[in-house]
Design a binder for this molecule. Structure first.
Ligand code: ZN
Length: 112
């Protein structure tokens, strides 16, 4: 893959695929799926599909998808064991539906 000289990451390049754009915006900032959805202009549902794929593939690229688990805003219950990335609908402890969304970040494992 060709790599250009250093360029500011902000203006998103048109030729990149959506998945590459998600990867590049998550390198260096922690975002919820909703925020990613706004940045790359795709529905939140599709963001989760890309994130599932990124989670499986990014580890081979000297990076990790770091997930901050969803958390109940009422009682503080943390959804640690959740295998699916999507925000849970309801807290199993207090039944509150006010859940903080999970957050995503891509962390490089190789330092330069
Ligand atoms: Zn709760």
């Amino acid at each position: 893959m060709k790599k250009k000289q250093k360029e500011p990451p902000v203006p998103i390049e048109r030729h990149e695929t959506v998945r590459q754009r998600i990867i590049s915006i998550l390198e260096g900032q922690t975002l919820s799926a909703k925020e990613i959805s706004g940045s790359v202009s795709i529905p939140e549902k599709e963001v989760y599909e890309h994130l599932e794929h990124i989670r499986r593939t990014v580890n081979t690229r000297d990076a990790n998808l770091v997930i901050t688990p969803a958390e109940c805003a009422k009682c503080g219950f943390v959804f640690r064991k959740r295998e699916r990335l999507k925000k849970p609908g309801k807290c199993p402890l207090c039944r509150s539906e006010f859940i903080h969304e999970p957050l995503f970040l891509i962390k490089k494992t190789v330092m330069k």
